[in-house]
Design a protein. Structure first.
Lengths: 132, 93
């Protein structure tokens, strides 16, 4: 299935082009951030530009392109955008926790200390009235 | 007219995405510690997925979206397992 580009409407072409350019430029901004930011905990924020609006712009652009051009169902782009949006916080949270665990276990400077722990008083038995 | 606009936009976004991939590969190369390299690898997966999306728009073919979906899923699994390896020293406990 191919799209006929010669009789493609102009408004859809402008819309698709602007979404593609916006998505790619946001991805480039994220890549510049991943190179230029100083510490790892700053750099872990940079890929979210690519995964939120970079992927969103690209997905919306190709959705409009194939909807106007060929009438293809939009399941692929919706799946892709939803999957990337859901999985990115999970991966970055696990990576950040692994990094701060490594930094704490090797006692590198500049890492914030652990918060004051809530002490569990397990020896004291609750009285009869508190249980019910 | 619309052919010219679409062609220029697709070329531009492919070049921009290639530039982003080069910058991320630079961080993957110089990254001081292991977590920087894993972060750069995750971003590289995302950039490759977007590159395949733009390639699907350029060729007008729907087969590239399945490849992009597979790259997204495998990138998620790879990053999670590498982060778990950093945390524990082993992947499957």
């Amino acid at each position: 299935m191919t799209v006929d580009l010669v009789e493609y409407p102009l408004w859809a072409a402008i819309l698709v082009s602007s979404f593609l350019v916006i998505g790619s430029l946001l991805t480039l901004i994220g890549a510049i951030g991943i190179v230029r930011l100083k510490s790892f905990y700053d750099r872990i924020h940079a890929p979210t530009l690519a995964t939120s609006w970079g992927t969103g712009g690209m997905a919306v652009g190709s959705m409009i392109f194939f909807l106007v051009g060929g009438g293809r169902p939009l399941v692929h782009e919706l799946l892709l955008a939803a999957f990337v949006t859901i999985t990115t916080p999970v991966t970055l949270m696990m990576l950040g926790r692994a990094a701060i665990y490594r930094d704490r276990s090797s006692a590198r400077p500049g890492i914030p200390p652990l918060g004051r722990r809530v002490e569990l008083n397990l020896s004291e038995k609750p009285s009869e009235g508190e249980l019910s | 007219m619309s052919v010219v606009i679409l062609t220029v936009a697709v070329w531009f976004s492919q070049i921009i995405l290639a530039l982003a991939m080069m910058l991320v590969a630079y961080r993957l190369f110089i990254g001081p510690r292991a977590q920087d390299r894993i972060l750069a690898l995750d971003m590289l997966y995302v950039c490759a997925m977007l590159q395949l999306l733009v390639f699907g728009v350029r060729t007008g073919n729907a087969i590239f979206f399945e490849a992009a979906l597979i790259i997204g899923m495998l990138g998620f699994v790879a990053t999670v397992s590498l982060a778990k390896f950093l945390m524990r020293g082993e992947v499957i406990e």
